[in-house]
Design a protein around this ligand. Structure first.
Ligand code: G6P
Length: 487
């Protein structure tokens, strides 16, 4: 048997999990006095992993900056001792071509149905290959035969293959956090076969929604000629399960924050500032997939069509800076700023702006307070793998029971049936939906909120993490059994 004695598909996995994502969830800084400081950040993945049952884990990833060779040993020790993290060191050029160039310049737009922006070039592809190889070298140097390996996202789609090449019985799960597009879009990619084969070296492949899984399976059939079933694909007589695991949030984090005095004080202050107004909240990374121009155009249409709202509604739009080294993101920033200026110019008055635009990230106290005081949350993504802002808003709305207005092009739309669904391209309809959301009766708001709330407290980040690891454990155990059966 390849499977070790301690494994059994009926029990929870109790061994070590190696999580690999492009970026480590740690910010690292060398102070002027030469001392290094590090801080763990709190993303969705961190929440999911801290909720894993009886599993110890190591995290492998790039640290986000180039580290001088003489500092590497020290940084490695610090990250391991303080955070259980193992860095992959990449030169600035390689990291730039892999992250900004291929991952965010080629895969990101294509997977979000924007093939027109495809900026493919063999040099960038070579960097993607090289960076994935660097990750594989690090993983291979630390992994043990009982470890489960969980590879995350589009930056690392070749990694399962590179690990398996050297370690055939490695147990690898791959999860894609962004949409997998229709095969009609995916097949545009010159390296489409390599990408699919890279991922197919996993023991379990996971997506947020049925549609993404279906698109992936279809691509396997059309591009590689493989036989598929609704729940997996056959590769060289082996069945690779493909599953749907919608990620969630850690709602307790928000419930705890809401109990803090600092948050309550901020809530009181915000309520006072916006007294008598309806507040719509928008929290997005400044990314073209988030549909910010569409959101602003809908606001403009709202003021044209329903002038009675003038001076009575405010949209607080937080645009978190993101990927500012990529040209499209710089262009988007300009376009959004122009639109905000135009709408405020036309529909504001002295001392009053209908759009409060913040190009900055906000801390968890401010974020929680903003979610709490808002009457509606407006999400207009033109494509979005999941979108957790939707769930964060709901977790903070137990008193107000505000309305979630959600683009049907988000992964979240497939499970959040209590939301008001919109097509962000239909400006007229979005404007009408905002108007009716703000006029919705208390009973209807309460009914919708309860439906959404019950969903998000059950389908948490920890539920997602545990579900994936359990399935990976089962799948890799079964794969080990199968390889041991003589033909
Ligand atoms: C998406 C991706 C993540 C990524 C995040 C932020 O959610 O799936 O992998 O970390 O965007 O993007 P950034 O480039 O800032 O890491």
């Amino acid at each position: 048997l390849h499977a070790s004695g301690s494994l059994s598909p009926d029990s929870n996995f109790e061994g070590r999990l190696i999580v690999i994502s492009n970026r480590l969830p740690v910010s690292l800084k060398k102070e002027e006095n030469g001392q290094w400081t590090s801080k763990m950040s709190s993303g969705g993945l961190v929440a999911a992993l801290s909720g894993l049952k009886s599993t110890s884990f190591l995290w492998v990833g790039w640290i986000g900056t180039e580290i001088d060779p003489e500092d590497r040993e020290y940084v490695k020790k610090l990250l391991m001792e303080k955070h259980n993290c193992i860095p992959v060191f990449l030169s600035e050029k390689l990291a730039n071509d892999h992250y900004n160039g291929f991952s965010n310049g080629v895969l990101w737009p294509l997977f979000h149905y924007l093939p027109g922006d495809l900026d493919y070039d063999d040099r960038l592809w070579d960097s993607y290959v090289e960076a994935n190889q660097e990750f594989a070298n690090v993983v291979l140097s630390i992994m043990g035969s009982d470890d489960l390996i969980w590879v995350h996202d589009y930056h690392l789609m070749l990694l399962p293959e590179y690990i398996k090449k050297k370690q055939v019985d490695a147990r690898i799960g791959f999860f894609l956090h962004i949409p997998f597009p229709s095969s009609e879009i995916f097949r545009v990619l010159p390296c489409r076969k390599e990408i699919l084969m890279g991922v197919l070296n996993s023991n379990l492949i996971g997506f947020h929604t049925y549609d993404y899984a279906r698109h992936f399976l279809k691509a396997c059939t059309r591009i590689l000629g493989l036989e598929t079933a609704p729940n997996g694909v056959y590769v060289n007589d082996k069945f690779i399960p493909v599953g749907v695991f919608p990620v969630g949030i850690d709602p307790d984090k928000f419930f705890d924050l809401l109990k803090q005095d600092q948050v309550q004080n901020r809530i009181a202050a915000l309520k006072k500032s916006f007294e008598g107004m309806k507040v719509i909240i928008g929290i997005d990374r400044l990314d073209y997939i988030k549909g910010l121009p569409q959101k602003l155009q809908a606001m403009e249409r709202l003021f044209q069509k329903y002038p009675e709202w003038k001076g009575k509604i405010v949209l607080i739009q937080v645009a978190v800076p993101s990927r500012q080294d990529v040209e499209e993101y710089q262009r988007l920033k300009k376009d959004v700023e122009e639109l905000v200026g135009r709408i405020n110019g036309l529909y504001g008055s002295l001392g009053e702006s209908p759009i409060h635009y913040l190009f900055q990230s906000v801390d968890s106290v401010e974020l929680t307070a903003l979610y709490n005081i808002s009457d509606a949350c407006l999400i207009t993504s033109i494509r979005d793998g999941m979108n957790l802002v939707a769930q964060e808003f709901i977790s903070c709305q137990s008193e107000k029971k505000g309305v979630l207005i959600l683009s049907e092009f988000t992964g979240a739309a497939q499970s959040l049936s209590g939301a008001v669904m919109i097509n962000p391209w239909n400006t007229e309809d979005v404007a009408d939906s905002i108007n009716s959301a703000l006029l919705m009766s208390e009973e209807e708001r309460e009914e919708k909120h309860n439906m959404l709330f019950n969903f998000i407290i059950k389908h948490t980040a920890a539920h997602w993490g545990n579900g994936f690891v359990r399935e990976l454990y089962k799948a890799s155990y079964q794969a080990a059994q199968i390889t041991s059966v003589p033909k």
